[in-house]
Design a protein around this ligand. Structure first.
Ligand code: AMP
Length: 279
């Protein structure tokens, strides 16, 4: 596996990978890799001839009081995992390469970025969309893989690829979970043992809420009950528990087939997100 940090070298390496009409799948990550990331890599290897993974902890998608400095980083371990998965190329630029002095152009995500995580983290999705657009232009993959774990992000990237005519297929990969149901996340590493034990309440409550909604329970009541149950389970606060249309992300007050339950909650300093289909 080649590890590349320079854009000119990246272009040469990707051109070589594509020789003979070979296809490339890109899996963008912020590193600190777990089985969720690796499931995306495996999907990339299934759908394309080469998997390219990027690792870049993107400062522009973190708010001033968020965890950019503390975000876990271990490139050597990540690289070893990616070698085992048969990844062709690791693109690992530093901040100066991604945002050279004078960088002043960014993508603004309107409607799809306004609610949910976008409301709780102002500017977050503008940072995500901008860095993903840059990664798309840098690597020029045929397909890019994103996790359903970040449902709003996936919807935003799909829309951006369409709106800006990237000509890249965007694939979503199912959420990888621990045995107790908690979605794998690099941020789970922040949890103390007690917090990790309590965190299992999050997917449990969401599953129960989804079942209640399918069973005909009032949506508003069910969401309010779920928020209370998450706090009772040991979380400090809930950013949102919402029923949304899976594509438009419009909030729903009644069940319909395309519904998805979306949630974010905080336990100690850690903010966790999850989502699941309803029905
Ligand atoms: P991150 O490194 O957190 O930015 O995530 C990189 C990619 O991995 C994103 O597309 C995430 O949605 C995806 N991802 C993170 N955790 C999971 C998970 N538990 N299951 C599936 N995909 C995930």
């Amino acid at each position: 596996m080649q590890i590349i940090r320079d854009i000119a070298m990246l272009h040469r390496a990707v051109t070589a990978l594509k020789q003979g009409g070979k296809s490339v799948a890109l899996v963008p990550t912020m590193g600190s890799l777990h089985d969720g990331h690796l499931s995306l890599v495996r999907m990339g290897r299934r759908v394309a001839d080469h998997a390219v993974v990027s690792i870049f902890v993107n400062p522009t998608q973190f708010g001033p009081n968020e965890d950019f400095g503390a975000y876990p980083r271990d490139e050597a371990r990540d690289a070893a995992l990616l070698v085992e998965e048969g990844v062709s190329l690791l693109w690992a630029p530093d901040v100066g390469t991604m945002y050279p002095g004078g960088h002043s152009t960014h993508i603004e995500v309107a409607e799809l970025g306004a609610d949910y995580c976008g409301a709780a983290r102002p500017g977050h999705f503008d940072g995500v969309a901008t860095v993903v657009a840059k990664l798309f232009n840098q690597v020029r993959p045929d397909v890019a893989i994103f996790g359903e774990k970040d449902w709003q992000q996936l919807a935003i990237i799909r829309r951006m690829a369409r709106d800006l005519d990237f000509g890249i297929d965007i694939l979503g990969a199912p959420i990888a979970r621990d045995a107790d149901g908690l979605a794998l996340s690099s941020r789970n590493a922040y949890l103390s043992d007690a917090q990790r034990a309590a965190a299992t309440a999050f997917p449990e409550v969401l599953n129960a809420a989804a079942q209640d909604i399918v069973g005909g329970a009032d949506v508003g009541d069910t969401l309010a009950k779920a928020e209370a149950a998450i706090v009772k389970g040991g979380f400090d606060s809930v950013d949102y528990v919402a029923l949304a249309d899976a594509d438009s992300l419009e909030r729903l007050s009644a069940f319909r087939k395309s519904a998805r339950l979306l949630a974010a909650a905080r336990i100690g300093k850690t903010r966790l997100i999850d989502n699941l289909p309803v029905g």
